[in-house]
Design a protein around this ligand. Sequence first.
Ligand code: IPM
Ligand code: MN
Length: 369
Amino acid sequence: MAARKLLLLPGDGIGPEVMAEVKKLVVWFNARGAGFECEEDLVGGAAHDHHGKAISEAAMKKAHEADAVIFAAVGGPKWDNVHYDVRPEAGLLRLRKDLGLFANLRPAICYPALADASSLKRELVDGLDILIVRELTGGVYFGEPKSISDLGDGQKRAIDTQIYDTFEIERIARVAFDLARTRGKRVTSMEKRNVMKTGVLWHEVVNHVHRREYADVALAHMLADAGGMQLVREPKQFDVIVTDNLFGDLLSDVAAMLTGSLGMLPSASLGAPDARTGKRKALYEPVHGSAPDIAGKGVANPIAMIASFAMMLRYSFAMVEDATLVEQAIAAVLDKGLRSADIWTTGTQKIGTIEMGNAILAELARLAG
Ligand code: IPM
Ligand code: MN
């Protein structure tokens, strides 16, 4: 079997701590013949301190060559004042753009054991299983012009540009419809067509793709603000949500909180299938950030990072049973009442990052028999 090449990018803050727990999983799967070969490099503030930019050319090359990139988190107050072009986040944005990772999958699943950790009432979130499909390489994140110019008299002008072309909307819509076919067969598309031209085109193109190719899937449209409201009012009404880069960023943080903690949410960022090999470039990352306030304390929740690893098994290596095993191991640990600080509630047992990683590994071994 060909080696499965992984690039690990731990980054900043709690990144290295949660990545350490994934490394244990790699060792465990390799003992069972998975054949993962890992390289590691710097990204974000760590890369800035070393190379003066948020990701080096050598690391980018490794990312292009890898079958999958596993990314933890970047950023922190230490780099608040570095030049905009080399800020830690620029490393992540470059990876997304250069690898063509236009489809960002953010599942928001509420583990039954955690329904009480949500800020919403248990009955609203218990059993929640939604998938946000966020466009990731277009929109206002990358649109040009993007600038701040001096107008004189103490006045400045800042410009960001929201741009979407038909093909960008078509391909993300197809990802959403294809995934909906494997689950509840319902897609809700969110934009702001009442204010934005990109919203008008988004709505039109999603409708076209639906009518032409996916009439078997139910499609609904919502204005993104109303969608945000519905997400907290009655989240279980949704199956798959497809939306643009910026709305997807906001809505996925909202959805994350429904599940109990931002520390629970994994994500996969996928490119188009290669014309020859059918393989997609891919990057897997937790939705949470670098959490500098708790970095180095051993209390971060590694579950989002470990669940991102499970998504990698599923989407990059078609190791579907193994992915499910990892997810079941996470659920089993939660069922036993073990909690990291972010999801701790009275009556459960608070444990640290390493203990959580070990507990998941132990459950994995037990489940695998
Ligand atoms: C995310 C993050 C990033 C984004 C930041 C770190 C650039 O918030 O992945 O949701 O805005 O996309
Ligand atoms: Mn975000």
